[in-house]
Each structure stands twice: as C-alpha cells, then as structure tokens.
Design a protein around this ligand. Structure first.
Ligand code: FAD
Length: 595
C-alpha cells in the first residue's frame, strides 16, 4: 500500500493520534544486519505506518538496500519505503532497483538526488543519467505510472548547498521552495524533511510551502540526540541550526552519554508535542538503527505502550501489495511465520483472502533458508540447546524449560521466547512436556475475550475473539497409542498424527478444515484467521521433523552421542496436532492425566 494512502486513511479517521515511521540504514557487517532485523521486529510490533531504508551515498549499498527492503516488506511485514538516489547511477541501474522492489511488492520510494560519494565534494551527473531528484520523480512517473508512491526530501532551513554562515539567503531559500514545488507537481505525493532542532523553523517552512501551493503532507524528520559528538557531526554535516538553549543544556552534560540521551528524549518529545499541537499528525524518526530513544519519545507522546502491542491479526499480515488480502493461515507455522511466507511466496492468488483458493497451490519445497538463523540467534540456541543429552528425559527437560520461559530460544521457533497467550497455560505445558509430550505450538481456549486483551486479543478494540485449545507436540508411538485410546472418551478432541515416514493416524477426514481462531467485530463478517487442516499438516510435518536434525542435532559434532539420540527420536516419534473443539467447557489437558 502507498504510504500516502495510509496517511490519508489516518487523517480521514479523524484520529487525534499521530502516525509515525522509523528510518534505518544498511549496517556494514552481517552481524549488524542480523541485529538490525531483531531490533526492527521489536520496533515494528509497535505498528509504525511505514519504515524507511536508506540508499548508501553514490549507490554504495545498492544490493544490500534492495535485499533489506525486500526482507522488511515480506518477512518483517512492514510497509517499506526505499530511498533511491540518482548520483552516480546510470538509468539502467535505477530501473533495475525500481523493477526489483516492484516485483517484491514494495510501492514506496523516496526519490533523491544524493550526495557526492566519499572523497568527492561535487555531485557529478552520470552521462545519460539524472541531474536532480526532479528528474528521478519524472522518470518514475513516466515509466511506472501510478504504481509507486513517491516521497521527496524537503529542507526547512534550505538545502545545505545554499546555506552560508548558518542561514540560507532569502532568495536561495525561495528558489529551494519553488524547486520543491516542482518535485511535487511532477508526481511526488509526500515530503519528508531534513532533520532540524528549531521547531519554529520547521513550522515556518510548512507555512511557506502552503503559501506557494504545496498541499501534500509534510512529515517532520526527527533525529533524537543520542550522543554529543554524533550530534555535532550530524548537525555540522547538514548545516543544521542549533538553538542556543539546546547547546546550553548539552554543554554541561556532554561527557555523560546517559544524560545526553535522556535530554535527547526530552527534547524530541517536546518538539513533537509542539508539532502535533500545530495540527500535524505524522512523525518520521531517524533511528540511526537504535530503538530506545525513538520508542521512548513515542511512549512519552502516548503513541505506543510498552505492554500493549496491538495485533491486527494473530499473525502479522504481509505488507506486500500482492498478498495484502491474505487472511487465513494454517496454525502450524505460528512460530515460524518467515518460513511460512517463504514457502508460499510463489502463491499469487489471494483473491479474497479465502483459504479455499490458496489451499490448492503447492507449498515451496524445503530449502536451506528454512533452517538458516541469524548468527546472534544461532549463538543463543547453541548456548541453550547444545548441551550433552544422556537420555530422552534430558530432551523432555529442554522442552519443559522452554515452556516455562527458562530458555529464550527453541529450534522450532523463529520468535523470541513465548507468545503472551502461551504464558496462560505455561504450567500445564511444563507438566506434559515432562511426561514426554514435547510441545512446539499451542493456544489456550478463549470464549469471547475482548479483542484488545493484551494476551489473546487481536483486530483492535470493539470486538470479541474466540479460539479452540490447541496443542502440537512430538511423542513416542506408545504415548500416542495411549492418547488415541483416551480420545475415544474425550469426544470433543480431534487429532492428526504422523511420523517421519508418513504413517498417519487421525479421527478426522483428510479434507476437514477446522477454524481454531475467529473474531466477531462491529460491521464486519466473522474473521477466521487460523485453521488446522490435514493437507498443510502433511507439508508442515516434513519441516517439523527436519528441525530435529538440521535445527538441533547439527549443533553437535558428527559422532556425538547426543546427536545420535536426537536422530533416533526423530525417526521414531510422531508429530501430533490436537484440537479441543469444546472451547466453552473443554479441558484439553485433562486427556493427559494418567498417561
Ligand atoms: P534535489 O531535490 O535534487 O535538490 C538538491 C538541491 O539542489 C536543492 O537545493 C535544490 O533546490 C537544488 N536544485 C536541484 N536541481 C535544481 C533545479 N533544477 N533548479 C533549482 N534548484 C535545483 N542521501 C543518500 O545518499 N541516501 C539516502 O538514503 C538519503 N536519504 C535522505 C532522506 C531525507 C529525508 C533527506 C532530507 C535527505 C536524504 N539524503 C540521502 C541526502 C540527500 O541525498 C542530499 O541532501 C542531497 O544533497 C540532495 O538530495 P535531494 O533529493 O534533496 O536533491
């Protein structure tokens, strides 16, 4: 979706809250990229309207920026705006970048001229290339029509090139404004500004823009001060005016990083309050890839709450323009959403988001990608799971500890720790794991909880959510037989079980689809975002079993006895999916008594 549409929607809703966005830059190392994505996951949970990724000066990060943009839009599932500069860029390279993001379902570009690459102080136009952002905007509109939302840069103090002795001469400032209008007239639908620390200058700039007929939203770029030296470097580079009171406040604390950061949060909050008081409802935070200050400012403004992370659905809906209508998923990948997305990436049919249409499409084959983890995560997993295992009881204990929140990682999850709803049943889960029912997925029964409940809610306020109790686990054939016998007594239970070879046991038909999560909202059809179905279960089982070897056993050296033990379990155990259909009175854990 275009960012401008999101902003218009928010404005039309007459919501007094502001919408906000975060900007990131491509880190220099692989570890840095891993860390950025972990941080981004946490920040995106607070529902920014969009996030930006910058384009390194002179196209120096082109490939990385394209890859990060793709992952942001399709894996992190946040609306992504990619910066694109035309400095040192032949038109073919620009088109390659635009075609790439288009095919990845990204609809937003921040079109820029760019600065000269390091070592050069003048911008050099590539032969046959573009001279300025205006050329780039015209090109995007003429070649890609209406597909992209185009944002351009605005400079409240004038572009640094025209600033002399701290200010832009009035004529140069007016020329800059007139040029900005040309960028908008050529097809830009949004302006994001250069950083500033004098809010009055920003407000005057907005007013000046309106005076000359620029009507598109102007989003203030806020850069929280994180440390004194960085602040001086950045403001020096951009020739940003520093109001004397800010310098006076920073000077005595400049060597105390904690105090500088706290002041930066205070200043950022006050600037945003003043901007919002003038009626502007959009904020863009230059995060410099750090999360604390940006989130603290938004918390001070009441735009995010630490404890309340709103979920539009139980899973994060992809931002990709081609699959925004997707609204049903099998529960099996609940803890591995990225794997699910990558295995369904070839599905081009989400016409009405109905499960029935997409069910016929084939899942992508298992690839190494499914078992690749960010390095930091791999390290944690190694620490927590690659310990000597003497017998199966040691394995049971690992699963139990994860369910009790004593371990942060599990080979079967891409997420960090347990989901809030799992904590409701953590003790029961711990107990059955110790008995040898090794759980990898679960949800408690819910019979009409408010849709903004912090633990089980989704879909925003005003509705009610429901779900059937669900458990998914590995267990030995003996335990499975005992469970199957008990299921004859507990008639509200339906199950499917399969081992690695595909031997199948179940008390449902293989075409049955069971909705296990649904919600009732004002003026909407019933939404049922999560289902249990045998066809996807058979696809999921390959991945679930493969994790025993590629996700866990592989953490040990080749002939290690622990590795052998894990491979033995993998070859003997069953994967079981168990639903209690009585979401009103059922007690799913009762079936495990005396087994
Ligand atoms: P332009 O809009 O082309 O304008 C540059 C200056 O030249 C202005 O003063 C303008 O008035 C003048 N000018 C240009 N053409 C004309 C003309 N025909 N007539 C009159 N005046 C003209 N840089 C990166 O390398 N990567 C990034 O990801 C990046 N992201 C940025 C994000 C934001 C929000 C901002 C504000 C800047 C960003 N920059 C980035 C920096 C930016 O590339 C530089 O500021 C660059 O010097 C100008 O780019 P621009 O798109 O504003 O240029």
């Amino acid at each position: 979706m275009k960012v401008i549409e999101k902003i218009r929607e928010a404005t039309a809703a007459n919501d007094s809250r502001a919408v906000f966005s975060f900007e990131f830059f491509p880190p220099k190392t692989e570890d840095g990229v891993d860390n950025l994505f972990e941080r981004m996951e946490r920040m995106v949970a607070h529902n920014p309207s969009f996030c930006d990724i910058t384009w390194g000066a002179g196209g120096s990060t082109a490939d990385l920026t394209l890859e990060i943009a793709n992952r942001m839009q399709n894996m992190v599932c946040v609306e992504t705006m990619m910066h694109l500069t035309c400095t040192n860029m032949p038109v073919e390279k620009i088109d390659h970048a635009l075609e790439t993001i288009k095919s990845n379902g990204i609809q937003n570009v921040l079109a820029l001229r760019g600065d000269p690459p390091h070592g050069q102080d003048k911008f050099v136009q590539v032969e046959g290339g573009f001279a300025c952002a205006l050329d780039l905007v015209k090109h995007i509109r003429s070649k890609y029509g209406d597909y992209f939302g185009i944002t351009v840069a605005g400079y409240p103090e004038g572009h640094p090139d025209v600033i002399q002795d701290g200010v832009a001469p009035p004529e140069a400032y007016q020329n800059d404004l007139a040029y900005l209008k040309r960028k908008v007239d050529a097809g830009a639908d949004l302006i994001v500004t250069q950083l500033f620390y004098d809010t009055d200058i920003f407000l005057k700039f907005v007013n000046d823009c309106r005076q000359i007929g620029i009507t598109v939203p102007i989003v203030p770029g806020i850069m929280p001060i994180n440390n004194f030296k960085g602040f001086l470097r950045m403001t020096g580079f951009c020739k940003t005016k520093i109001p004397p009171e800010i310098m006076a406040a920073l000077e005595p604390i400049k060597d105390n990083e904690e105090a500088v950061r706290a002041y930066g949060i205070h200043l950022g909050t006050e600037m945003c309050k003043k901007i919002m008081a003038s009626g502007i409802r959009t904020l863009h935070l230059y995060t410099l890839n750090m999360e604390k200050s940006a989130l603290a400012i938004l918390m001070n403004l009441g735009l995010v709450e630490e404890s309340k992370i709103a979920r539009p659905l139980p899973w994060r809906r992809p931002a990709n323009v081609f699959r925004v209508k997707e609204n049903v998923r099998p529960i099996f990948w609940a803890n591995r959403p990225k794997s699910y997305i990558s295995r369904t990436v070839g599905w081009d049919q989400y016409p009405h988001g109905r499960w029935g249409d997409s069910r016929n499409a084939s899942y992508g084959a298992l690839s190494d990608y499914q078992f690749l983890r960010p390095r930091s995560r791999d390290k944690k997993l190694h620490e927590e799971w690659a310990v000597p295992l003497k017998n199966v009881e040691d394995i049971y204990e690992k699963f139990m500890k994860f369910c009790l929140g004593k371990l942060r990682t599990s080979p079967w999850t891409e997420l960090d720790g347990l989901q809030p709803e799992t904590k409701i049943i953590t003790e029961q889960l711990g107990n059955i794991n110790l008995k040898g029912f090794l759980t990898i997925n679960s949800q408690p029964a819910v019979n009409g909880a408010k849709s903004d409940s912090p633990s089980v809610g989704w879909g925003g306020p005003g509705g009610y959510v429901y779900q059937k109790a669900y458990l998914e686990f590995f267990c030995s054939p003996e335990k499975l037989n005992a469970l199957v016998d008990k299921c004859k007594i507990f008639q509200s239970l339906t199950y499917m079980a399969v081992n690695k070879e595909g031997t199948w046991k179940s008390n449902i038909n293989n075409t049955d689809v069971n909705a296990v999560t649904w919600g009732v909202f004002p003026a909407k059809e019933i939404i049922q975002p999560t289902v249990v179905d045998p066809q996807s279960f058979m696809v999921w089982k390959d991945e679930a079993f493969e994790i025993w070897s590629r996700g866990w056993a592989k953490l040990y050296p080749e002939d290690d006895p622990s590795r052998k033990l894990l491979e033995e379990v993998q070859s003997k155990y069953y994967l079981v999916s168990l639903v209690d259909n009585d979401y009103v009175h059922g007690d799913l854990f009762a079936v495990f008594k005396d087994i």
